[in-house]
Design a protein around this ligand. Structure first.
Ligand code: FPP
Length: 234
């Protein structure tokens, strides 16, 4: 049996919460609740496997277009999630971080986020990162604007390479993404981490996010192990 290669950084598009709920005659919010519970399980599994970072797409810049009741629930989810699981995440030495423009969320959600980030900042295990109010094109636009400002102010030059431009991205302190998993059958990137996914292995699973168990995660890591990663070389 080939030895598993553990990806340093896994990104997940957690799709299918709504369909999972609908199939069971439940409101869509019940799917998001179950989806959040699954983040806890998969984060702990990743931490146990030695994965360094797990970035979960929890709220896209497009999600504001959903019905108000669903948006309200998604805005409340971080508080509900961390009320239930922060102690356990801390016990597992997990560090929590966020990507995206958090300013658009209600003050109370922002407060929870600040507290959680600060209470886990010294943990040395998995970096569990939530992308919220995040969009890949917007991230690149914001990076380009900041870079342009820095050039105009004389704080940077036109002579930079991709790695240096990468320092303007929200993921600047994170390892490269080795593996991106999207659940629930859709075969799209949907504006997630466009810059960062350039060389990542992509796996699309038919399983809805609330049902995506540790076994499916291990299957994805096995598939990742088998792929020959050549970065365009031979
Ligand atoms: C996509 O499923 C999922 C979301 C838009 C939300 C995912 C958020 C969580 C699982 C919880 C986040 C938790 C924290 C702590 C921030 P969908 O609703 O698009 O599913 P569908 O395609 O079946 O309708």
């Amino acid at each position: 049996m080939e030895e598993r290669i553990i990806p340093k950084h896994i990104a997940i598009i957690m799709d299918g919460n709504g369909r999972w709920a609908k199939k069971r005659g439940l409101p869509r919010t019940a799917g998001h609740k179950q989806g959040a519970e699954n983040i806890r399980k998969i984060a702990i599994a990743c931490n146990d496997l030695g994965v360094k970072a797990l970035t979960c797409y929890a709220f896209s810049t497009e999600n504001w277009k959903r019905p108000e009741s669903e948006v309200d629930y998604l805005c409340k989810l971080p508080r509900l999630f961390f009320n239930s699981y922060l102690a356990e995440l801390k016990k597992n030495n997990i560090r929590v971080t966020f990507l995206g423009e958090i300013e658009r969320f209600p003050k109370e959600t922002q407060k929870v986020i600040t507290t959680v980030v600060s209470e886990t900042k010294n943990n040395t295990g998995l970096n569990l990162c939530f992308a919220i109010n995040y969009g890949g094109r917007r991230e690149i636009l914001l990076a380009a604007k900041q870079y342009a400002k820095d050039v105009m102010n004389g704080e940077n030059t036109l002579d930079i390479d991709e790695e240096e431009f990468g320092q303007y991205m929200m993921t600047k302190d994170m390892p490269e993404i080795d593996l991106m998993i999207r659940t629930s059958g859709e075969v799209r990137i949907s504006n997630f981490l466009l810059w960062q996914l350039a060389y990542s292995e992509l796996i699309f699973s038919p399983v809805a996010w609330p049902d995506f168990s540790k076994e499916y995660l291990l299957e994805a890591i096995d598939e990742f192990t088998h792929r020959n990663r050549r970065f365009g070389g031979l």
